[in-house]
Design a protein around this ligand. Sequence first.
Ligand code: G6P
Length: 367
Amino acid sequence: HAADRGNYRHFMQKEIYEQPVVVAQTLRSYLQRLEGRVTLPIPESDLSDVRRVTVVACGTSFYAGMVARYWFEQFARVPVDIDVASEFRYRQPVMEPGGLALFISQSGETADTLAALRHARAEGQRIAVVCNVPTSSMAREADILLPTHAGPEIGVASTKAFTCQLAVLAALAANLARAKGKLSEAAEREIVRHLSEAPAAINGALAYDEAIEAMAGTVASARDVLYLGRGTDYPLALEGALKLKEISYIHAEGYAAGEMKHGPIALIDDAVPVIVIAPSGPLFEKTVSNMQEVRARGGRVILISDYDGVAAAGEGCIATITMPKVHPLIAPIVYAVPVQLLAYHVAVAKGTDVDQPRNLAKSVTVE
Ligand code: G6P
């Protein structure tokens, strides 16, 4: 594989850097940019009667689904049920016949997700699959196949597949909203415009690579790390913690910023770096007040925000990471980048096997 890495040290690093291109590539097949329309490879009538969406996935793909739940609810006003595949299968979930069940998977082969798909089919659900491998089992068994065009992902820790999944899920949310009469033409044009800005914004985020590398040492020496976020940044906090555990073997936890006071705040001291993901926007003040609770207990905060957010709340943080200012819709796509880069550089600092972390597999085909 060495040759395929090009000038990059690891596949993971290469795949992080591919994101502006592969997200653009993925968006191209779902957006008609000039017309300001979102187009999915399904007749609109297939979505107009969807009354509930059941989302099922594992790992990083599950966190993409968690972000999508906010979008399906916000734009399409459709109730969403979401679970990890290994729980979903055995909890006897209630699914009305004719509901839409959505499975998200990079590989399309994850055993638990595939079994959950078959279970949902047996329960009379329509099966939508967001998948990066068009020849995979899940892709073949889908009624509605929504491909991500991330290209082969080699690093075990998923990166570019995640941001491409988010791009497809945003398009699906908009399409569902339109099919259900919840999206005006003007609002759809706005969504298309914001999504089209994602690749350039990812590029802007990548420009902070060196700054993130410079702060990796602080995190590399920690035993525990906490990630906090609200709204769509909550699943990103979970994803940040997952990435860090997977490749640096540091214990990390992601938490909803407002839930921290119900437990994890007891862990805060000056040995625990707390990474706060908080773009400026409607939820910013709330998250910042949670951040102040951490600071008041001696916690060392690394704030990931945009210029306005860093200017308003960066003082007293041990480090800040400044992202381009973006619309809240694409913030999770853009903020995934610093979260990935931080985990990557911490792992490199610790000297772990970044692309093939111990005990993990790229595609988990056993239950
Ligand atoms: C494994 C990989 C993760 C991935 C998860 C789900 O645990 O190490 O990176 O997120 O499986 O895989 P899938 O192919 O279904 O997205």
